[in-house]
Design a protein around this ligand. Structure first.
Ligand SMILES: Cc1cc2nc3c(=O)[nH]c(=O)nc-3n(C[C@H](O)[C@H](O)[C@H](O)COP(=O)(O)OP(=O)(O)OC[C@H]3O[C@@H](n4cnc5c(N)ncnc54)[C@H](O)[C@@H]3O)c2cc1C
Length: 213
């Protein structure tokens, strides 16, 4: 029997972000629509997901619209507060909890915006739950096929964040294999669509450069 010496575990201890929490809460109430919750009960409720991790958030914003969330993130940026998005909170490795302002997309931002029957695509808001999306798509004989075991609770935003898969992945691929375009909002406030660029779009983008200064 030989003994092996293992390295000491690396423990990262980070202090709480230096944020004026009262001023942040006030600004969120004034400028971001939706529910702004900084009470101990709400922060406790959002402190964990399906993992063993527990991180008490600075506060919680439940935006009523996508534009409310855009405003909330702008306020957080101005106050130097980190943010973390949350869908169903079924992540297994702490992805949906942090010492940050939690943006909960699941309560209001869960619309099926449009369906393109010819292209077999749809546009959704990120808080829609997978089973709810598929119930609404069923009359069109369409479905979003990646199926985590949490399909009755997980949201499309969370599935994209985790690149979720499940029992159907062997046949239909993971979430990333079933996305066409994403509307992205960065912490810096940039908001843009990302996806494949057609030859026509590429030519239009390159035209001003080709014309020169
Ligand atoms: C019992 C159990 C079984 C599971 N089975 C599977 C399985 O079969 N396959 C599988 O892949 N996973 C599985 N999971 C993991 C998890 O359920 C899935 O990954 C699920 O799709 C996560 O969705 P959610 O809405 O709960 O995401 P959340 O946990 O809320 O968030 C996931 C990530 O996405 C980010 N996010 C959420 N919304 C947004 C948004 N609008 N914009 C930007 N980022 C966002 C979050 O910040 C986080 O990083 C399982 C979990 C449990 C507890």
């Amino acid at each position: 029997m030989t003994s092996v010496s293992l390295p000491d575990p690396v423990v990262l201890r980070t202090g709480p972000p230096r944020v004026d929490v009262r001023a942040l809460e006030r600004a969120l109430r004034e400028r971001a629509g939706g529910e702004v919750r900084f009470d101990a009960g709400s922060r406790g409720a959002y402190s964990t997901d399906a993992s063993n991790y527990r991180q008490i958030p600075i506060g919680v914003v439940v935006p009523r619209t996508v534009d409310d969330a855009v405003q909330a993130i702008a306020v957080c940026r101005e106050h130097g507060a980190p943010v973390v998005s949350r869908g169903g909170g079924t992540s297994l490795a702490g992805q949906a909890c942090n010492v940050a302002v939690v943006i909960d997309w699941s309560k209001y931002c869960h619309g099926l915006v449009s369906v393109d029957l010819a292209a077999k695509t749809c546009v959704i808001e990120p808080g829609i739950v997978l089973d709810e999306l598929n119930a609404q798509l069923a009359p069109h004989r369409l479905m979003f096929v990646p199926k985590p075991a949490t399909h009755d609770h997980c949201t499309l935003g969370g599935m994209i964040g985790n690149n979720s898969c499940g029992a159907t992945a062997h046949a239909y691929g993971k979430t990333v294999d079933n996305l066409v375009r994403l509307e992205v909002l960065t912490y810096d406030g940039e908001r843009f669509w990302a996806g494949p660029t057609s030859d026509e779009e590429y030519a239009a983008i390159m035209r001003p450069a080709a014309a020169g200064p």
